[in-house]
Design a binder for this molecule. Structure first.
Ligand SMILES: [Zn+2]
Length: 266
């Protein structure tokens, strides 16, 4: 989808939310405004999506179902800060990375694993001395990271992705915190789409019986975990999944995360 058309979909929600630009990026000679949609409330949920451009479902769910999401949040006095399309040039081109070939995911954190030795992600058994908020990375990451870091940690945070590698319609999630909190969302999703349980999703990562993975990958989800946010997850549906099923699963998790934010913690 042309990003100008997508931006128009977002602007149409200006009566429901503050639609603000948190930055602009230049990609191959074209300027892209970056949007944050804010709805006030007493406890906050941050939703991010569109880090990877070939994963359109999340940005589309957010733009197309925003009114329904806001109604659900308002009824529970949950505030929303939504970054619906973090990598607009990739979204427009349908490419994973941005138009200048940078990789706008991860790069929120760096881990010092030994004095002076820094890593962007931890694999099984890696220990670390400390973490820091990273200050480099692709322009889209810098823009969203700077904006997110201006605000106090939310009560919950959901990052919506897709998996473009697995060759079947399915869902799973990278999640920190109590699995029991996510189980109702997993089970509701399983009524619509196969949940990958106890399975490999790539060479490093293996889901548990709930289709969940713990992975300190330096992503926004990992950043919120380190900030003490009790509920923080990166949801995946595969790109082989029909879009309506992606929307259904995304909305199950969005509503579930609004409920978790309402329940509190921070
Ligand atoms: Zn992704």
């Amino acid at each position: 989808m042309d990003y100008t058309d997508y931006a128009r979909l977002l602007q149409a929600h200006a009566s429901l939310a503050e639609v603000a630009e948190y930055g602009r990026v230049m990609e191959t000679g074209k300027e892209y405004p970056l949007f944050r949609l804010t709805v006030p409330g007493s406890r906050w949920l941050v939703i991010t999506s569109g880090f990877h451009g070939e994963e359109p479902a999340g940005p589309l769910t957010l733009a197309e179902s925003f009114a329904e999401i806001v109604a659900y949040a308002r009824a529970r006095d949950v505030g929303l800060r939504v970054y619906p399309c973090i990598n607009p040039s990739g979204f427009e081109a349908g490419t994973r990375y941005n138009r200048s070939g940078e990789r706008p995911n991860n790069d929120f954190l760096r881990y010092e694993v030994a004095p002076g030795a820094w890593k962007g992600e931890l694999h099984h058994g890696d220990s670390f001395l400390r973490w820091v908020l990273y200050d480099g990375g692709p322009k889209e990451t810098r823009a969203v990271r700077d904006d997110i870091a201006r605000f106090p940690p939310p009560a919950a945070a959901l990052d919506i992705h897709q998996d473009n590698y697995l060759a079947l319609p399915a869902t799973y999630a990278y999640a920190f915190g109590d699995s029991a909190a996510y189980r109702p969302m997993v089970e509701a999703s399983a009524e619509h789409l196969t949940v990958i349980r106890n399975g490999h999703v790539d060479e490093h990562n293996h889901t548990d019986a709930d289709g969940l993975i713990v992975f300190h990958d330096g992503s926004v989800t990992d950043y919120f975990m380190r900030q003490g946010v009790p509920y923080t997850t990166a949801l995946e549906t595969t790109t082989r999944t029909p879009l309506p099923s992606c929307h259904t699963v995304n909305l199950i998790w969005i509503r579930g995360f609004i409920d978790l934010a309402a329940r509190g913690g921070m």
